[in-house]
Design a protein around this ligand. Structure first.
Ligand code: ADP
Ligand code: MG
Length: 421
């Protein structure tokens, strides 16, 4: 079966076939001890892995593991094999090699149902994230890299289940589709469905809540969803709101302006001005704001902010106004906290908004690393309709760009069309 022009796991019979499956089981790491701090993404990858194994595939898993200082440290994926094995209730083999002779021997020895996890694909220099931007390999060139040219000849099919990495243009993600019949995994499919429905046919009213610090992404997303009509309203907080207020000529305090300067975000001010001109009526800006004074939280309406204030949260009045809008919406998408929620004095706005997400009847979708942290912190994980594993991929998708992995999978569906049984 084909969905979105991509083959699903239902397309090919994998029984007795060698299947290479790229997953995203990258987890926060305790750098001192080298242990995993969460297993959420590993758990999310289980359905596809279990299904392929149960259907008799000789299953080879490819994955990366970064660190909190992204791109700087590389960890083995060995601990992930143990976690997977526990979750699946069956052995998961591990080999400390990616595509060398040891890995290839292990792959050749697999029996139907066996699962083998290869070591961190980023141990191959071609895969490293900064290379992606510097080298800009075409998908054809990616097929000639070590990882693809050594492993593909041993395999019958490629599966990509790494939706969270779908915005990365790297060999292990986009190269195999050039040479193997390819499919998306179940997690990939589900995340794709949830976010494309959100974009194409949201139940209305549909509200986007955009805060946090990734201002360029938020602005691009805002413009897309307000131009194509996906969003009826956009509620703003965090640095995103501060910059919109500044662009409107509001006095947000010299401390706030310093923060904008420190993050190098001045260039976003004219972008904000354009957005206000284009979509002013649908962009909701906070009317009250919070700042710190002598170690205490203070709140004020915009016009009453002290000259030197550094705005670190939305005010309680605004937070409650946002909560009311969220409670009467049918679809709510959230990316980015309302303030510096890591500190108790400036978490109120985020907490009130997240409480509303927990008890609204609306379909709620949360994406983004810090937003997911907030969801866990305020114990809303079970109450949110969908928590998207991908931050970067989700944002890129919502800005309307075709993701590199989606493009590669679509091309594979056409190229290997005739082989469909
Ligand atoms: P996500 O990871 O959910 O996509 P971002 O990374 O864009 O979200 O933004 C989260 C960060 O923004 C948090 O670390 C938070 O402290 C910070 N932040 C939010 N509001 C402000 C503010 N007013 N001033 C400075 N930092 C802020
Ligand atoms: Mg973040």
């Amino acid at each position: 079966m084909i969905r979105f022009g991509i083959n699903t796991l239902d397309t090919y019979d994998v029984n007795h076939k060698t299947v290479l499956c790229r997953v995203d089981i990258n987890q926060p790491i305790d750098r001192e001890r080298g242990t995993l701090k969460s297993t959420a993404r590993i758990e999310a990858s289980v359905p596809t892995i279990r299904e392929l194994s149960q259907r008799g595939a000789k299953l080879v898993l490819l994955a990366h593991q970064g660190s909190d200082i992204e791109y700087k440290n590389f960890y083995t994926t060995k601990p992930h094999a143990a976690v997977l094995s526990d979750l699946l209730g069956r052995p998961v083999r591990f080999v400390d090699d990616v595509c060398g002779p040891a890995a290839r021997e292990e792959i050749k020895s697999l029996k139907p149902g066996d699962i083998l996890l290869l070591d961190n694909v980023r141990f191959c220099s071609e895969e490293q994230t900064l290379f992606e931007l510097k080298l800009q390999l075409t998908h054809e060139q990616q097929a000639q890299t070590q990882v693809v040219s050594k492993l593909a000849p041993l395999a019958d099919y490629f599966v990509c289940d790494a939706f969270a990495a779908a915005h990365r243009d790297q060999p292990s993600l986009c190269g195999f589709e050039q040479v193997l019949p390819s499919m998306m995994g179940r997690l990939f499919e589900r995340e794709y469905i949830v976010i494309s429905e959100l974009m194409e046919q949201p139940v209305r009213p549909c509200v986007f809540v955009l805060g946090g610090a990734k201002v360029a992404d938020a602005f691009q997303m805002m413009d897309t969803v307000l131009t194509n009509g996906a969003a009826d309203q956009v509620l703003t907080g965090g640095l995103v709101a501060n910059i919109l207020l500044l662009a409107k000529g509001e006095p947000i305090g010299s401390g706030s302006e310093e923060t904008i300067h420190k993050f190098g975000l001045e260039e976003m001010v004219p972008v904000a001005a354009d957005l206000l001109k284009k979509h002013g009526d649908k962009l909701i800006l906070p009317a009250t704001l919070a700042y710190m004074e002598e170690g205490y939280r203070r709140e004020a309406a915009l016009k009453d902010l002290p000259k030197d204030a550094a705005v670190l949260d939305i005010g309680a009045f605004t937070a409650n106004q946002y909560a009311d809008i969220i409670r009467s919406a049918q679809t709510v998408f959230v990316n980015g906290p309302m303030g510096v929620f890591e500190e108790p004095e400036t978490e109120l706005g985020t907490k009130v908004v997240w409480d509303a997400l927990g008890d609204t009847r609306a379909h709620t979708v949360v994406g983004g690393g810090d937003s997911i942290t907030a969801t866990t912190k305020y114990e809303k994980t079970d109450l949110i309709s969908y928590i998207c594993t991908g931050g970067g991929a989700l944002i890129r998708f919502l800005t309307g760009e075709e993701l590199p992995v989606v493009k590669a999978l679509r091309q594979a569906a056409q190229a290997f069309d005739e082989e469909t049984p």
